[in-house]
Design a protein around this ligand. Structure first.
Ligand SMILES: Cc1ncc(COP(=O)(O)O)c(C=O)c1O
Length: 456
């Protein structure tokens, strides 16, 4: 690789990414300790091949969590504690208040409200969502909003409009695997941007933008999943200026901005956008409940028109019954009450879990999350993610391995631990079991199955 980088006068990392891409596309085969070889040509299709079968290679690319879900299912047993899911706490779901809003919708709205409706969303709900963005400095109008069936659809529409298999996507790393799965399915190439305690590093954003000129930059600035970091407004402003200078579109995932613990959420990148290059997406799954399947996009200009067309093609419009009830709920005193009590519950759970980690994994260097329900646990040198996963499963605690969160699927060994959906005592017991599984890192080197078989 070094020779090739020298011959081509490019960075070693570029050659290494090219190898990864060729490997992901099945053009080369890497053998540990032997090298990388050109793959044999694909077998020519027989004239009787079954043309109705899907192109599995495209689906395989999209299965970021595939092996992981199987491993989690295999390790699940009665009494196991899961720190793996990142789900919100069901006891926060405002079901009675939302039930009343559904009832009122069915009684008070005219029958026409349940007719085929605008594909961009219910006008009043769009206004409520735009108002929240305006309150944070963005110049959002109700007709800049597209209500989507979850943030997952929001990401999918953006990918449909902007990306194909020639696209380069810059992304913070680690980041939310659901969005990466959407981008994977388009066959994009990733360039990773480095982060620190305050989210993505501006100097690295500049390096990546100037060196790779990506089509899109994906960033999850607040309640960053998986790290819980919060990006200060100063950085958001600098990143938007860089996006303008290098002509990069930005997709900022504002999911979780309502769940900050120590201070209100900083302004979104969209607050500093002057020319419509920043698209916002947000899921209400964490701040209200996942069964709503409501998320939205905020976009302006030509891109907004293209997204609207994509939305019509995808599913015509998102359930108006849910949208109208949500509008009622969000404009009732119950909404603020719900957010206040959810934040308090998650803050208590976070503090208790951090305490337990300090007690049972004293070597752990976790950064207390400033928002959200996840903690990122970097593993000590020589403990592999797979080994840690297996050792924890043997002790009856399920954890999320790091790889799905890395855009290129490789990175330093780490685990994501989620504390939001379980009570403090259960999380404490989970941490105790992890402590028993991983013990002291020095001792852990001796543990069967925890040590990496060889240094990669
Ligand atoms: C950062 C982030 N974005 C998007 C989503 C997806 O949300 P939805 O349930 O609306 O598809 C999640 C859910 O975990 C998330 O954490």
């Amino acid at each position: 690789m070094r020779d090739l980088a020298r011959d081509l006068a490019c960075a070693l990392v570029t050659v290494s990414q090219a190898y990864e891409l060729l490997s992901a596309r099945g053009r080369v085969i890497s053998r540990v300790g032997k090298g990388t070889f050109v793959a044999p040509p694909p077998q020519t299709e027989s004239p009787f091949s079954r043309r109705w079968e899907p192109d599995v290679s495209r689906f395989a690319r999209a299965q970021r969590l595939d092996g992981v879900m199987e491993r989690l299912t295999r390790a699940t047993h009665p009494g196991a504690i899961s720190l793996a899911t990142g789900h919100p706490a069901p006891e926060t779901f405002p079901l009675q208040d939302f039930g009343r809003a559904v009832h009122r919708t069915l009684l008070d709205d005219p029958p026409e409200a349940m007719q085929y409706r605008s594909s961009t969303g219910d006008t009043q709900l769009c206004e409520t969502l735009a108002e929240l963005l305006r309150g944070r400095g963005a110049r959002a109008q109700s007709n800049d909003i597209i209500v989507c069936s979850g943030a997952q659809q929001a990401a999918d529409l953006v990918a449909t409009v902007l990306l194909d298999d020639r696209s380069v996507v810059a992304s913070e790393s680690p980041t939310y695997s659901g969005t990466l799965g959407v981008f994977d399915a388009r066959g994009v190439t990733y360039v990773e941007v480095r982060s620190d305690d305050d989210g993505v590093r501006v100097d690295d954003v500049e390096r990546v933008f100037s060196e790779y000129r990506p089509r899109l930059f994906y960033v999850n600035p607040i309640a960053q999943n998986p790290t819980g970091a919060v990006l200060p407004a100063r950085r958001a402003k600098q990143i938007v200026a860089l996006a303008r200078r290098y002509d990069v579109m930005v997709l900022e995932d504002q999911t979780g901005w309502q769940l900050t613990y120590d201070a209100p959420a900083p302004q979104p990148l969209a607050a500093f956008d002057t020319d419509g290059r920043v698209i916002v997406m947000e899921s209400l799954s964490k701040s209200i409940f996942p069964a709503l399947r409501i998320g939205y996009l905020y976009a302006r200009g030509a891109i907004a028109e293209a997204l609207e067309v994509a939305k019509v093609r995808a599913d015509v419009f998102t359930s108006t019954l849910t949208q109208r009830a949500l509008w009622r709920f969000m404009n009732s005193p119950a909404y603020a009450r719900h957010l206040r009590s959810s934040r308090a519950l998650y803050r208590d759970r976070r503090d208790a879990f951090l305490d337990a980690l300090a007690t049972y994994l004293p070597w752990s260097a976790v950064r207390p999350p400033a928002a959200g329900v996840n903690v990122w646990l970097p593993l000590p040198p020589r403990i592999s993610t797979q080994g840690a996963f297996d050792a924890c499963a043997r002790e009856g605690v399920l954890v999320m391995p790091a790889e799905p969160f890395y855009p290129t699927r490789t990175g330093p060994p780490a685990l994501r631990l989620s504390f939001g959906h379980i009570d403090a005592a259960t999380a404490r017991e989970g941490a105790r079991r992890m402590g028993a599984a991983l013990r002291d890192p020095v001792e852990a080197r001796e543990l069967n199955g925890v040590v990496r078989e060889q240094d990669e």
